[in-house]
Design a protein around this ligand. Structure first.
Ligand SMILES: [Cu+2]
Length: 148
């Protein structure tokens, strides 16, 4: 039975790879032993529930374009902001009520799904966070680790 499930998964992954890169769930790459994603286009599902992201670390290779699909399962607004320190400083001290289409930045209404793309072009650690008042302090943050 387990073999059947794995085979079905492999077929799904192979089929989606042919068209739009590949897609993984947050749980699949939570384990540090898993290889980093990319390069190329990769879709990553980001869950939000009880004001927590579904994973705290995502590992990608340099040259990966990540399509973040942010699933907000809460009855309140959230946002997903990924980038370098200057990006987060702007959001931590800024007063932007909404975010125009900027790569790596998306606001997500209650029980909605947001989408944003971000290309990781250099090795390093990039914070992702929700900067709505109190949310980051509550723990709404994580890291994208970009490997050479
Ligand atoms: Cu939030």
């Amino acid at each position: 039975m387990r073999w059947l499930v794995r085979s079905a998964l492999a077929i799904v992954v192979a089929a989606s790879t042919a068209f739009v890169g590949y897609s993984v769930s947050a749980d699949e790459h939570a384990a540090a032993s898993n290889p980093a994603l990319g390069p190329g286009l990769v879709t990553v599902d980001v869950g939000i529930h009880y004001s927590q992201f579904s994973f705290s670390t995502l590992r990608v290779r340099t040259g990966t374009l990540v399509r973040f699909l942010v699933h907000n399962d809460d009855p309140i607004h959230h946002e997903f902001i990924v980038g370098d320190a200057s990006v987060h400083a702007r959001h931590a001290h800024g007063s932007e009520a909404t975010h125009p289409p900027v790569p790596g930045e998306v606001s997500v209404a209650p029980n909605d799904i947001g989408e944003t793309f971000y290309r990781f072009d250099r090795p390093g650690r990039f914070l992702f966070a929700c900067h709505l008042p109190g949310h980051l302090a509550y723990g709404m943050k994580g890291w994208v680790v970009v490997e050479a």
